[in-house]
Design a protein. Structure first.
Length: 249
């Protein structure tokens, strides 16, 4: 019960990495607020995440809308009276090169992957201060520091997430608010499944991972628990790559 008495907001909590993180937090005793745009997925996740020890609140939220971010934070505080942890997990991956990506796709990528975490952190910070400090965990990507074909908007946005993490860590360290970034590689989620890799492409990509498999959402969730807990009390501004060895080659 490493997070007993803590209240956490996890964006994109209805599926994939976000759902795994919210589940792990609840298992460690945290009260959890999950958000996303699919009400049915959220309600299903909330029923599964909630336990006898930890409640889970689902809030339907479009993170591209500032008023809905404000409503999310307000709902969390009204329900649980505090915020100690914020996980900025929600994101989009729209493929394209500099020439092929549309302006709308570029704007949607940055609105979801960069602007929303900034606005959420800004809304949550007063409550983290009132709690005597806390932990903000931003979900970046191995493409925060590496390049990949057909990923120019996504890579640029995740590079911004990592830079923002480090700047926030410096700004808020004196307030005992820690800010760290988890940078996953290819994780078996709905986002990855949507790309419909054929067997040949899947084998090529698997061969780029020394550990011989793609990640699972739980591989990220365990690290998130550590960064949310007091075990990481002297860690801020850090980048944690979770990629099965992909970036080591």
């Amino acid at each position: 019960m490493r997070l007993l008495g803590k209240v956490a907001i996890v964006t994109g909590g209805g599926s994939g990495i976000g759902r795994a993180i919210a589940t792990a937090f609840a298992q460690e005793g945290a009260q959890v607020v999950i958000c996303g745009r699919d009400r049915q997925k959220l309600d299903s996740a909330a029923r599964e995440i909630g336990t006898d020890q930890a409640d889970c609140l689902a809030v339907s939220t479009d993170l591209r809308q500032p008023i809905e971010i404000f409503d999310l934070v307000t709902a969390a505080v009204e329900r649980f009276k505090a915020i100690h942890i914020l996980v900025n997990n929600a994101g989009v991956l729209l493929p394209g090169t500099v020439e092929s990506v549309s302006e709308d796709a570029w704007d949607q990528t940055f609105s979801t992957n960069v602007r929303a975490p900034w606005l959420l952190a800004r809304a949550a910070l007063p409550h983290l201060r009132n709690s005597g400090g806390g932990s903000i965990i931003n979900i970046g990507s191995v493409l925060s520091t590496l390049g990949a074909p057909n990923r120019v908007a996504y890579a640029a946005s995740k590079g911004a997430v990592l830079a923002m993490t480090k700047a926030m860590a410096v700004d808020h360290a004196a307030e005992k608010i820690r800010v760290n970034c988890i940078c996953p590689g290819i994780v078996e989620t709905e986002m990855v499944a949507a790309f419909n890799m054929d067997e040949s492409a899947r084998k090529r990509r698997l061969a780029m991972h020394p550990l011989g498999r793609f990640g699972r959402p739980q591989d990220v969730a365990g690290l998130a628990v550590f960064l949310a807990s007091d075990e990481s009390a002297w860690i801020t501004g850090a980048e944690y790559v979770v990629d099965g060895g992909y970036s080591a080659i």
